[in-house]
Design a protein around this ligand. Structure first.
Ligand code: GTP
Ligand code: SPV
Ligand code: MN
Length: 603
């Protein structure tokens, strides 16, 4: 450790930081170690290192770079992500747990010498706005300049925040190593990829991977630690966007948060034209002094899905991706320093460079599968405060008062495009019963319908029953809890065609906003309140100047009674195998079943 680095660490006056850094330098054996403060020079060093060490390459547009993850490292690895618990405990059927002692021993062995010949970066960040009751300081050690650079785009710098800690041990800690590189520079030993979460010491150890969802401590790894912290401290930590909804010709903004499973619509919703974005992935939510819920974006940037971003469907994002700014593309196709991706609205080149390496049409990967030009889970990384549609309260340490929660998933044949729950506790039931088809954002089969409570299943580290109880309690503690809505953008007709266009979600959003202000009547159905045809017709006319027909409405908003009953049956099987499911939740399930059976008799 040279003098300059030592000084930077000493200035923090934090024995735990000092101890951890020394411990992991000794274990990982990097060639060099650099402590990065919040200064422009230090952060610039990380950005340059990512290019000089080959993890990123500059592209044609100023500030844009490309990073490729390894062929087998294109999504979150659920199987090798485990919550470590002492004494063979299991939290829930749906949570991947492992023995703590064995797990730590295993991952420390993989980390031993993992940074040989590389530069270890020591980073300080703040989860949530600076100097706020929401904020959680986080220490990240990594040998990947791409990971550290991504974190500079995605999170608030926290070296100064660590000084304010005054030596406290209360921070999250993440160690990551990409491990030994292969000939392309990617993690070689993906069979030894591990992401182990230690709730006891609030740390996560991650090795032999680069894909952001596995490597970036502050993203989904911190989400898991924060869910445990929120459980202890009575607030909520959710896989949610935070956005401002701005109704036309009205001088007001209403804030919404929305939970959708990975690749199911958070970014697409938060970036709808005419609205403002605070965050697109993770929110901390606490009760405010005025009796409403307050939310902040944990992050300050976006790691967004690029597939299907085109000038017609996502004009706001498309412009961001095609103008100069600091931006990292990952796993798209590159030809002559220009990026191409699936669904971008123009023809893609037949050859170029992608996550396989040199690629041309028809080429097969090491698994003998034909390789598409760009990966479905290809993404872009940007800062939110540079966007024209960034909300003015994006960094407000108090957060924003939330008018509504939205839950949504990929559901081709059951749920209506939008409805409002009957009450807070019924809304918790609706969120906890969310089902969605699996996507390319996690390794494994796509398109399987799975139960994904609050879109947070992959990140749960507390028993499902406790998680649901916390939501019930949270709403009860508020004078004015957010209204809870459910959306479904993915309803299809018999021929497999989507019943709604991409932009239709704007109408659902404006309807929900109006409901928060008591501006629309609604129809009570067995599942909750659905919009009246007349209100949607007017909204479609006002916003898109398009006719929304009664036939469209009837096909989209019919209550599919039998399918809903089948769904309850599926979920009953899951919930009876879980411990401590709150009785209020089970009562909603029984009551909804009764209402649906009644309705069925009348059909
Ligand atoms: P993570 O970043 O993985 O947490 O996901 P996200 O929830 O932010 O996903 P995102 O909004 O980026 O959704 C990605 C995919 O959903 C894209 O492939 C979109 O084309 C598709 N999508 C979003 N909105 C709609 C919609 O209204 N209709 C249809 N059919 N597809 C949509
Ligand atoms: C998700 O998978 O939900 C994402 C991308 O937002 S990441 O968690 O970074 O893999
Ligand atoms: Mn996500």
């Amino acid at each position: 450790m040279n003098e300059e680095n030592m000084k930077k660490l000493e200035a923090l006056n934090n024995p735990k930081v000092m101890k951890l850094v020394k411990e992991y330098v000794e274990l990982c054996k990097p060639e060099k170690m650099t402590v990065i403060t919040d200064s422009k020079e230090d952060i610039g060093h990380v950005r340059n290192l990512a290019v000089t060490n080959g993890e990123e390459k500059p592209l044609k547009i100023k500030g844009h770079t490309i990073h490729f993850d390894g062929y087998y490292d294109q999504a979150r690895d659920k199987a090798n992500t485990k919550v470590l618990l002492s004494g063979n405990l299991c939290l829930s059927k749906c949570i991947n747990c492992g023995d703590r002692e064995k797990g730590i021993k295993e991952v420390l062995e993989f980390l031993d010498g993992s940074m040989k010949g590389k530069e270890m970066l020591v980073r300080f960040f703040c989860l949530g706005p600076l100097n706020s009751k929401f904020s959680i300081p986080a220490l990240q050690i990594t040998d990947s300049a791409y990971v550290a650079h991504s974190e500079d785009l995605l999170y608030r710098s926290g070296y100064e925040e660590f000084k304010r800690l005054n030596g406290s041990e209360d921070f999250f800690f993440f160690t990551h190593s990409a491990g030994e590189p292969d000939e392309k520079g990617n993690s070689k030993n993906t069979d030894k990829r591990r992401i182990y979460i230690d709730l006891e010491e609030e740390k996560v150890l991650s090795v032999n991977n680069e894909y952001a969802g596995n490597s970036i401590g502050l993203k989904k790894l911190a989400l898991r630690l924060a869910i445990s912290k929120a459980n202890r401290e009575d607030w909520l930590c959710e896989h949610m966007f935070v956005m401002g909804v701005h109704p036309k010709d009205k001088d007001r903004v209403t804030y919404f948060t929305g939970a959708f499973p990975s690749a199911c619509g958070k970014t697409s919703t938060a970036m709808i034209s005419g609205q403002t974005i605070i965050g697109d992935d993770i929110a901390y939510i606490r009760p405010g002094e005025d009796g409403t819920a307050y939310a902040v974006n944990v992050e300050s940037g976006m790691f967004g899905i690029i597939q299907d971003v085109n000038p017609e469907d996502d004009p706001v994002i498309y412009k961001v991706l095609t103008t100069p700014r600091e931006l990292i593309f990952s796993n798209v196709l590159i030809k002559e320093d220009v990026p191409y991706w699936l669904g971008m609205g123009k023809e893609l080149p037949k050859e170029g460079h992608n996550f396989l390496g040199e690629w041309k049409e028809g080429k097969k990967g090491p698994d003998e599968k034909e390789v598409p030009p760009a990966h479905k889970n290809a993404r872009y990384t940007i800062r939110i405060n540079e966007l024209d549609n960034a909300d003015e309260k994006a960094d407000d340490p108090n957060g924003v008062s939330v008018g509504g929660f939205i839950y949504g998933g990929r559901d081709s044949d059951i749920s209506v495009p939008v409805f409002q729950s009957l009450s807070w506790s019924h809304g918790v039931y609706v969120g906890a019963c969310l089902e969605s088809e699996t996507t390319y954002a996690a390794i494994g089969k796509e398109g399987d319908r799975v139960h994904n409570p609050m879109a947070n299943l992959d990140f749960l580290v507390i028993p499902l029953g406790v998680y649901i109880q916390n939501h019930l309690k949270f709403g009860e503690s508020l004078d004015k809890p957010p209204l809870i809505f459910k959306t479904n953008y993915f309803l299809k007709n018999k021929d497999g065609k989507f019943l709604n266009g991409m932009e239709d979600k704007k109408i659902w959003l404006l309807w929900m906003e109006g409901r928060v202000h008591n501006e629309f009547d609604a129809i009570e159905t067995p599942i909750g309140y659905i919009p009246k045809y007349e209100d949607l017709k007017k909204l479609f006319e006002d916003v898109f100047n398009r006719e929304y027909t009664r036939e469209e409405y009837e096909e989209q908003f019919k209550i599919r009674t039998q399918k809903l009953l089948d769904k309850i049956n599926r979920l009953e099987n899951i919930f009876t195998n879980e411990m401590d499911i709150p009785s209020a939740f089970l009562k909603h399930m029984d009551q909804e079943k009764e209402r649906l059976e009644e309705a069925k008799k009348k059909e």
